[in-house]
Write a protein that binds this ligand. Structure first.
Ligand SMILES: O=C([O-])CC(=O)C(=O)O
Ligand SMILES: [Mg+2]
Length: 569
């Protein structure tokens, strides 16, 4: 089978950065062609293609366009009332017909994001062993110690641009799901392709299985991972070191490794350790920080003031909480020239033991220490809200329903427009619902959540909650890194991404109460984020793809994978 030479991907040299160039000629035909998800088109094979590729008789006589196929699948998906069934149907489609899967996802992004991503992907991970059909992604376990490079070489694709890797210890707010965390790298990379245009063959989902401490899974006969407690300390770090070394050896300097859903203690250490030698990005620390900063920059247009005029209180002092706090302080410091330590004083964090204050400093984990300010100890969030009087309240605790009526009412009592972000995922772990935030604040809250909520009508006015999810950032961010050939991630690239996203929010969005643009235009948004991130990488001397293209937005767009069917000669 040969590609039609008119197809841009075949001629493209600009596309090389995201690898639009075809793999060489190959000879899939007949039954094998229909069973190959990357090339299968189902009933969309034309009469000529059916003749040329030995498909006669293997398909019913009817022809269907890609649009008609989309219509049919959306119709079928909408028949399912159980969200997990929709997830399974989408995974089956990805396994059967990759281009149709991505086309469907792009064309119905608002409807399908909650299916392939949060919240449904969370339930899918919990039940991954039971719904498991065909393996997706690459599994690296303690059994592979000493052989990780060989395992990487078993993956069928050579030129990988983005890896998303988890060890399954903190899947969303659901905790340790061990090997079943694989749903997360798979889901994140589907968004890299659909939302950010990185071609599917350049994406590699990886789960590192070092055991699990989840008793339910250890006792579940369908569990797919190692049946042992988590390895820690030296044993853990040796496997990760072998992995990171093998990644560089096999794929070179310019593969982006995204750490996802590691537990706090490992997440910070791995990021600190490997950001010096590898192109790494932690989505939960840096991606979440970048999207929340974007939401805050946009929210300032509604509530007034500058970042430095506000007071911030976080519930949750893990990866997301401290990551966001750090980025806010950095942006504040850049805009005011105030030392970062002074900027940090505007930001307060509450963890499971109460407000983080100076007297607790000795016993705090290192990532919490910068936030230990002078204040009397306080045990509860409500006390902290009443004492600190924040203008912005951000939930990153992983614990649902912790923004109680009293907490939201307190926020609404001293703020005309309290900014309330309930970021924990999935929906069941959100600190409050959109409806609660609007109702308890008499419709005055500027609200966003990590997982989606439907619009809420309060006293005749419809409020559309924003989804402050790193899915706005990582696909465009990664695209920007890839197209510039960046060799390291720098915090200024995260700030560039935040500013690029915040700029996409228009007056029309603000009028509906939105502080994030709708996902419908996400590919354009991603291209603009990519352009700003790439521009920053060039400015910082971190980009290796030279010369720098003049129009980076156009360039980013030209590099994006589009899943319309190709014609086969
Ligand atoms: O996956 C999501 O929806 C956002 C995220 O990174 C997390 O909650 O860990
Ligand atoms: Mg995550």
């Amino acid at each position: 089978m040969k590609w039609e030479s008119t197809h841009p991907a075949r001629q493209s040299t600009v596309g090389n950065a995201v690898g639009l160039t075809m793999a060489g000629p190959f000879d899939l035909r007949g039954y094998t062609l229909l069973r190959d998800p990357r090339h299968n088109k189902g009933l969309a094979f034309s009469e000529a293609e059916r003749d040329a590729h030995y498909l006669r008789g293997l398909l019913p006589p009817a022809l269907a366009s890609q649009e008609l196929q989309e219509k049919k699948i959306m119709h079928n998906l909408r028949q399912y009332t159980v969200p997990l069934h929709r997830y399974i149907a989408m995974m089956d489609l990805q396994e059967r017909n990759e281009r149709l899967f991505y086309k469907l996802l792009i064309d119905n992004v608002e409807e399908l994001l909650p299916v392939v991503y949060t919240p449904t992907v969370g339930e899918a991970c919990q039940k991954y062993g039971s719904i498991y059909r065909r393996p997706q992604g690459l599994y690296i376990s303690l059994k592979d110690k000493g052989k990780v490079l060989e395992v990487l070489k078993n993956w069928p694709e050579r030129s990988i641009q983005v890896i998303v890797v988890t060890d399954g210890e903190r899947i969303l707010g659901l905790g340790d799901l061990g090997c079943q965390g694989m749903g997360i790298p798979v889901g994140k990379l589907s968004l890299y392709t659909a939302l950010g245009g990185v071609r599917p063959s350049a994406c590699l989902p990886i789960t590192i299985d070092v055991g699990t401490n989840n008793e339910t899974l250890l006792n579940d006969e369908f569990y797919i991972g190692l049946r042992q407690k988590r390895a820690t300390g030296q044993e853990y770090h040796e496997l990760l070191e072998e992995f990171m070394t093998a990644v560089k050896q096999n794929y070179g300097e310019k593969v982006l490794t995204q750490f996802e859903d590691f537990a706090n203690h490992n997440a910070f250490d791995l990021l600190a350790k490997y950001s010096k030698s590898h192109l790494v990005f932690n989505d939960d620390i840096q991606g979440t920080a970048s999207v929340v900063l974007a939401g805050l920059l946009a929210a300032l247009k509604v509530v007034g003031g500058t970042l430095a005029d506000h007071t911030y209180l976080f519930l949750g002092a893990g990866e997301a909480g401290t990551g966001i706090a750090d980025l806010i302080a950095l942006e504040m410091s850049k805009h005011t020239d105030a030392p970062i330590d002074d900027c940090r004083k505007k930001i307060w964090l509450v963890d499971s033991k109460g407000l983080i204050v100076e007297s607790r400093k000795e016993s705090l984990q290192h990532f919490k220490q910068p936030w230990a300010h002078a204040h009397e100890p306080l045990k509860t969030l409500l006390e902290a809200v009443e004492s600190v009087k924040p203008t912005v309240l951000i939930g990153t605790s992983g614990v649902g329903r912790t923004f109680t009526k009293e907490v939201v009412e307190a926020m609404a009592s001293f703020n005309e427009k309290p900014v309330i972000f309930a970021l924990s995922n999935p929906t069941s772990h959100s600190e409050c619902t959109a409806e609660q935030a609007y109702t308890w604040s008499q419709g005055r809250a500027v609200f966003a959540s990590g997982s989606p909520f439907d619009p809420v009508e309060h006293e005749g006015k419809v409020h559309v909650p924003g989804q402050s999810n790193n899915a706005y950032i990582f696909p465009g961010f990664g695209l920007g890194v890839v197209i510039s050939g960046a060799i390291r991630v720098h915090d200024d690239m995260l700030l560039a991404a935040s500013e690029a996203l915040a700029e996409q929010v228009t007056d029309e969005h603000f009028a509906k109460g939105l502080i994030f643009p709708p996902f419908t235009n996400i590919r354009t948004i991603s291209a603009r984020i990519a352009a700003k991130v790439a521009a920053k990488a060039y400015e910082l001397g971190l980009a290796s793809r030279l010369p720098r293209p003049d129009d980076l937005v156009k360039y980013a767009q030209s590099c994006m994978y589009t899943p319309t069917y190709r014609n086969y000669r």
